[in-house]
Design a protein around this ligand. Structure first.
Ligand code: PGA
Length: 246
């Protein structure tokens, strides 16, 4: 078993700073590196920190490439709740990365298999992901890889669980507007990244943090597969870490 590096911080702001250090170091070593990005509330302090560090001259994103984990099926890139729009508003529009060097799965694609294959191919052509950022769902999902009986390998379409739709309905006017399907990198796509950093904050994530990193590796908890990756850093706050060893 590999050893997951665990860093416990006092609050989400510190989680953002420690995670930003990993991105800063990667880009200093590899200015045209490939970063894997994630949506959700947990990465927001990190994104604010990355924007501030580029403004302060500590990071240069101008040659960096980025690939996002997932996108809702049926939402246009400029839909207020699309993950493409989330990324533009919360990070990409505020740093020097070139739009053409950023990819998010196409929520409106007509040929799903072709889009998913092209997504994998683009990442490969860039040389693979150097540092993949992940959040975790309350059910242990990574990207939109929900609990199931196997670990999906590649970028694919998924039906969203009621738990995930319910967790995400806060961003929509009603649950009926939350898409029922999405496109996501597979667990295999994620595991192919050279380095992975997972950020987890808040007491409501304490049970799933414990299950994912200190329980058995099982597709019932998709994030548990990270225990088999050789270079994972878990950065969490004290609240999220509070069930470990209890
Ligand atoms: P959150 O989402 O950061 O908004 O909790 C994480 C996820 O569902 O992957």
């Amino acid at each position: 078993m590999y050893h997951v590096k665990v860093k416990v911080c006092k609050d989400p702001a510190e989680v953002g700073k420690l995670a930003a250090d990993l991105f800063e170091n990667l880009i200093a070593e590899k200015p045209a590196g490939v970063i894997g990005l994630a949506t959700g509330s947990t990465p927001l302090p990190l994104y604010r920190e990355l924007i501030a560090r580029e403004k302060a001259g500590k990071i240069d994103f101008s040659r960096v490439h980025s690939a996002n984990l997932d996108e809702y099926k049926g939402l246009a890139p400029d839909h207020p709740q699309s993950y493409r729009r989330f990324m533009q508003e919360n990070l990409l529009d505020h740093i020097s990365i070139k739009y053409e060097n950023t990819i998010v799965p196409d929520g409106l694609c007509e040929d799903v298999d072709a889009m998913c294959e092209a997504y994998e191919r683009q990442i490969e052509e860039w040389g693979g992901v150097d540092l993949q950022l992940l959040g975790i769902g309350h059910d242990g999902h990574i990207g939109f890889n929900e609990p199931c009986d196997h670990f999906p390998a590649k970028t694919h379409e998924v039906e969203l669980t009621e738990m995930t739709r319910d967790a995400n309905k806060r961003f929509f006017d009603s649950i009926d507007e939350v898409p029922t399907a999405a496109f996501t990198m597979g667990c295999g796509t994620v595991m192919a990244a050279r380095k992975i950093v997972m950020v987890i904050t808040g007491k409501d994530k304490a049970d799933i943090l414990n299950a994912a990193f200190y329980g058995p590796v099982t597709p019932e908890v998709p994030a548990s597969i990270l225990q088999f990756h050789p270079d994972v850093t878990l950065i969490c706050d004290e609240a999220a870490y509070s069930k470990v060893g209890k």
